[in-house]
Design a protein around this ligand. Structure first.
Ligand SMILES: [Zn+2]
Length: 74
């Protein structure tokens, strides 16, 4: 599982506070990624640092991967 901050010119509302920003927290495993809009400011503060959903996203991506393989093997 890799976790990083991605900046995009495409602004989305922060999931927590609703503030518009181009900051995303990305969780990636096996080439599948989950991208979550979470704000971040220039002082390295913001909702980005309040959230850690590593365990859940790992499980979600593994489940997704298993389902994709299952469908592909039909
Ligand atoms: Zn926020």
């Amino acid at each position: 599982m890799q976790i990083w901050n991605s900046s995009s010119s495409e602004s989305k509302k922060c999931i927590i506070c609703g503030k518009k920003s181009g900051s995303y927290k990305v969780y990636e495993e096996s080439g599948i990624s989950i991208k979550i809009p979470l704000c971040q400011d220039m002082y390295d503060k913001g909702c980005y640092y309040k959230v850690d959903v590593k365990q859940m996203t790992t499980l979600a991506i593994r489940t997704l991967k298993a389902e994709i393989k299952r469908q592909g093997e039909k």
